[in-house]
Design a protein around this ligand. Sequence first.
Ligand code: NVA
Length: 375
Amino acid sequence: MTKIVNSWNDFDPLKHVIVGKADFTVIPDEEPATSEKVPVDSEMRGMWGPRPTETVEKANEALDRLAKELENRGVKVDRPTPIQWNQAMMTPDFRVPSGQTQMPPRDILLTMGNEIMASANSFRCRYFEYLAYWPLMNQYFEEDPEFKWSQAPRPRLTDKSYKHNYYDEQIALEERLERTANLDFVTTEAEPMWDAADVLRLGKDLFIQHGLTTNRKAMEWFKRYYPEHRIHAVNFPGDPYPIHIDATFVPLRPGLIINNPERRLPEEQRKIFEANDWQIVDAAPPAHKEPPPLCYSSVWLSMNCLVLDHKNVIVEASEVHQLEQMEKLGMNPIPVDFRDAYAFGGGLHCATADVYREGDCEDYFSTQVEDPTLV
Ligand code: NVA
């Protein structure tokens, strides 16, 4: 019998990974979750429907390039089974005119040791996205007797889960930033909601971003579900749309993290890193002034890299500053041309989900500090 699933962090040697697919990706209609999360100046606002075929083809070429690079380096790559997202979906609580995609598996799948858990996303249009990964989960389940196939409690996503008219389109950026800095987000505390890409796994410690897609109740849920782990709530003032931690706070190897200089971790939350000799350095600036067309992520996808081991890291090929910084930090950057996939939900880290990395659940933070954000 084979061990298929094992991963406790984002930097131990990667051996097996899932790479998303762009087929049938739809720009979702507005809903209480997304209307607050698509930046007001994004071209995507006010549109919905299948993404242009040519852009889907180009995104798939970028994803295939990534898959090939990984395979050439001896990493096994699996792909999800695309679903026709351009169809209405309903539950007893809501109805949406479409789903979204199976491109960023990182948002949906959380690997914790021998367990892969489907998350409790707050977008209604992403409610059924996990199904694209179920054939793979079933295969791992058949092949690996230790694999734990699980799913977080499914949120109901009724209107109670969102603050309505939370953001008026007219509000100034300053007010938006003030609200996010004050932990005032569109999602309520009605039920636990979380995206897997808000969870930074560092062995025994989980650093979870409180933002537009993950609430405090989720952290309480994590604390009870993983009693052997330590749960830390983190937030990053400076981000007007805090969604997912992996263009903000990205570990490269044990002891080293790059942090988005426009979204620095507050002093108080740094203490645990300082007490354990972790270095947090400002990430290099992005090479681009604007995201690509119809993209709802920021230019900071520049730092959304995929670490292959403590030395090698895949970085988007046009991100010259990030590539250079990696070398300065003692890493070996591997460029992959990936920008055509950005509009489909993110960069190189978003586009993947760990199946197997070597290594065990380490305690990188043996010196715990008084931390008022600990839930
Ligand atoms: N919401 C983040 C992307 C996370 C991968 C950003 O736009 O910077």
